[in-house]
Design a protein around this ligand. Structure first.
Ligand SMILES: [Zn+2]
Length: 414
């Protein structure tokens, strides 16, 4: 297969972590689908030695991945609080006022735009997931159920005018039409608007070993350096950058048309940090891959120990990255009985590939230990499950390092 970089078009795209063929991590199966064979696709992380963008080299069509999307932003408290904080900060910083326009790309169920209600600021959500756009519209948050690109941007401008602020949270690594989307955003913010991108930060993924963020939906994995390369193609630049704790380490890039806003010191500082950490070098990623296989060894050994002691383990949460982890490591119902969830769209289904049944957390009973697949929400989960752990339960956490949390060491983790 000929690999071509999604950002710069170069052929110098080198694979460094092969997680094998896997089903699309979001294809939760209904019971009636268990007899069918699922489609499997290669999942390989690669590094472009020309523009330094980390990316996977196989694309599952976006219509398969996103048209009926089951991840709902509104289901976690942490995420809602994060959006409220972001909204307040952005309104203040950019002096947004009544009748200004905010466009949220990949607006999901409208959780972010909901935070603007009552401010008089006009909002528009755009999300290709028809089921989620419907939920948002029913809440009174205008949402177009289309995939954003340059054409859609032109339509928004014609109907609503240019946007003062365009936001894209947890979507920038999803983009199949990366170039058309970036071109569309450049048009939409015009000379004066700002683009706020929040995307999982590759530098953090490397630091904490979060390889399970690599899945088919995430086509690209950004550093400041690689996103700057992309933006420069569309006469855009980053003028401010900061790290946020959400999703286990997210970078927020504030972006505007080149030369329209002075760059803050944060941008130069992050560039220096990335250089010092050699995020533009293939060897850095090869070391990361080695670490992944070490995590596998440790996780499997802990789970086997629980099994041999006759202690029951459930997966806590059934996020997509959990499917990556389980499928990459070959962990199935032999070691984990089921996954428990609070998201009603997932309960009653089966995780793709490994086919763990997903049960209602409130009704599944308590196992001897939970394998925490949604480790990025660990603080929230530890608080919520305090009584369970105090009563003798345990958490097995795979990332950033493999640990077992029980009543003895609980206090050192909260
Ligand atoms: Zn490239």
């Amino acid at each position: 297969m000929v690999r071509k970089c999604r950002v710069c078009g170069s052929r110098d795209v080198l694979p460094f972590l092969d997680l094998g063929d896997q089903p699309h991590g979001d294809s939760y199966l209904a019971k009636s689908e268990l007899l069918k064979k699922e489609p499997y696709y290669p999942l390989r992380a690669c590094f472009c030695s020309t523009c330094s963008t980390v990316q996977i080299d196989y694309t599952v069509p976006k219509e398969i991945m996103f048209e009926n999307y089951v991840y709902m932003s509104g289901t976690t408290k942490t995420l809602r609080a994060h959006f409220e904080e972001s909204t307040e900060r952005l309104i203040k910083r950019f002096g947004l006022k009544e009748d200004d326009l905010v466009v949220d790309i990949g607006s999901n169920d409208g959780t972010w735009l909901e935070c603007y209600q009552g401010s008089g600021i006009r909002t528009l959500g755009i999300d290709g997931a028809k089921n989620l756009a419907k939920i948002a519209n029913e809440k009174g948050i205008e949402t177009w159920d289309v995939f954003f690109n340059k054409k859609i941007a032109d339509k928004v401008i014609a109907k609503k005018g240019e946007a003062n602020l365009v936001t894209a949270a947890g979507v920038f690594f999803h983009l199949e039409e990366l170039h058309s989307v970036t071109e569309g955003i450049a048009a939409l913010i015009g000379e004066r608007g700002v683009l706020c991108v929040q995307a999982i930060y590759l530098g953090e993924m490397l630091r904490i070993g979060a390889f399970d963020q690599i899945y088919h939906e995430h086509l690209t994995y950004w550093t400041l350096r690689s996103i700057e390369y992309l933006l420069s193609l569309y006469n855009l630049e980053v003028f401010s950058v900061q790290l946020l704790p959400i999703h286990g380490g997210t970078a927020e890039y504030l972006i505007a048309k080149k030369g329209t806003r002075p760059a803050e010191a944060s941008v130069a500082a992050m560039r220096r940090d990335e250089k010092a950490r050699e995020l533009g070098e293939l060897e850095t990623y090869e070391d990361f891959a080695k670490r992944v296989w070490e995590i596998k060894k440790e996780v499997v050994s802990v789970l086997k120990k629980f099994k041999s002691q006759g202690r029951k383990v459930f997966a806590l949460g059934a996020p997509i990255k959990g499917a990556t982890l389980l499928n990459s490591f070959g962990i199935g119902t032999d070691l984990i009985e089921c996954a428990v969830e609070v998201n009603p769209l997932k309960i009653g289904k089966y995780m793709p590939g490994v086919r763990l049944p997903i049960r209602d957390e409130a009704q599944a009973g308590r196992p001897d230990a939970y394998f925490v697949l949604a480790w990025n929400f660990l603080p929230e989960l530890l608080k919520k499950m305090k009584n369970y752990i105090e009563a003798g339960g345990a958490f097995i956490v795979p990332v950033p390092k493999v640990i077992v949390i029980d009543k003895i060491n609980y206090s050192s983790h909260v």
